[in-house]
Design a protein around this ligand. Sequence first.
Ligand code: ATP
Length: 424
Amino acid sequence: MTAIRLDGVSKVFEGEHLAVDELSLDIADGEFMVLLGPSGCGKTTLLRMIAGLERVTAGEVWFGRTNGTRLPPKDRQVAMVFQTGALYPNRTVRENIMFPLQIAGHGDDHASSTAAGLAQILSIESVLDRMPRTLSGGQRQRVAIGRALVRRPNVFLLDEPLSNLDATMRTELRQEIGAMTRDLNVTTLYVTHDQVEALTLADRIAVMREGRIEDVGTPAQVYNDPATAFVAGFLGSPRINLLSATVRVTAHHRVALDFGAQSVSLSPTDRRSLILRHHEGAQVIVGARSNAFRVITDEDVANQLTGTLRAFEFHGQQSIAFVECGIEVVDPDRVGIAKPMHATPDVGSAAPTSLMTRVLSRVRSPRSTPQTEILPPTHRRADLVIELPANANLTRGTRIHLALDTTQIHLFDTTGHRVDRITR
Ligand code: ATP
């Protein structure tokens, strides 16, 4: 068991492709940290640098008090499980799990009994004498996990270990991985682009984007108080509504969010009011999850939006409605990452100032968003996505009135950063 510290770690691949960009992160001893982010954001590269399978271009990787940046993989006490657990095809399950212990000089009896013990925890004791080719995908992953854990590593790295399994198997193995790593108290880094896995497994989630961390916190923190619009958009299903609005300061310093033909007001006691009342005319992004709206019949209710019910879907426990309100929505994947209106706390992606960053800025990947980019012209009038009771009795094409609970909205500046501070 050990803590991990990533200190300004960068990776530039040949061809000057910047995959990880001065990333700093502390993972506590025994913590289960999930790296969550879209395809290509650098999750696997980061994991491989921790394992020693990929050279670090700049920065340092620490295991406890040991600087492990240049340690060979075998000296790191790190075990890794990949998307498809590669097993020795000519060895039985038992032999596969025993093998790392045998290599380390343990006797066959000890190796065999340890393998049997792990097999029991992993519910694969009935297949111990079978060959890998006769196993299901889920069983193979369990064997790979057993083989990775048999030497009691200090650090356990998992790279999308469930992505090739069917939904039932995924849920089952997900729960077992969570329980097992906690029982063993092993420091774990788990890579996924599946938000459900992240939210259910993690002690903390680090949300990555383009080689950097945009937010890090407990699942509740990053879901309830996302640091950026991108994070808000990445977590939650249905996806959060991100609406383009203009700040209007009315009588008595009251702050309204003007969507064009419609608007809502913040409560004077809302702390965001105190910030935005000095920003008359500023563009902001209003993040409202589907459950922040409520269908109402009383047209006099304050903070309501009106639109046309375009479609709805029955989802079993709830229905999802699509309402055309004539409001511009913003694509969270396209919101820039430049400086916030108010400096947000350091959430792992420090402002680029170092020599390394200046050097790397020359080689920033082509898909990187320029630092000064704000909202590209991706605004479009699209539907608000609203959660309704499953038995809601609505007709397509009708006018619908929605009360928006402004205490539940998130407010971001046009760079995608929150307008208010968060403490983690
Ligand atoms: P996914 O979820 O799709 O596995 P990821 O977040 O794990 O993606 P990485 O595999 O770490 O992303 O890749 C990060 C970036 O680095 C990508 O743009 C990828 O094309 C690039 N990359 C990864 N490995 C190499 C390599 N060996 N040489 C050059 N570029 C690479």
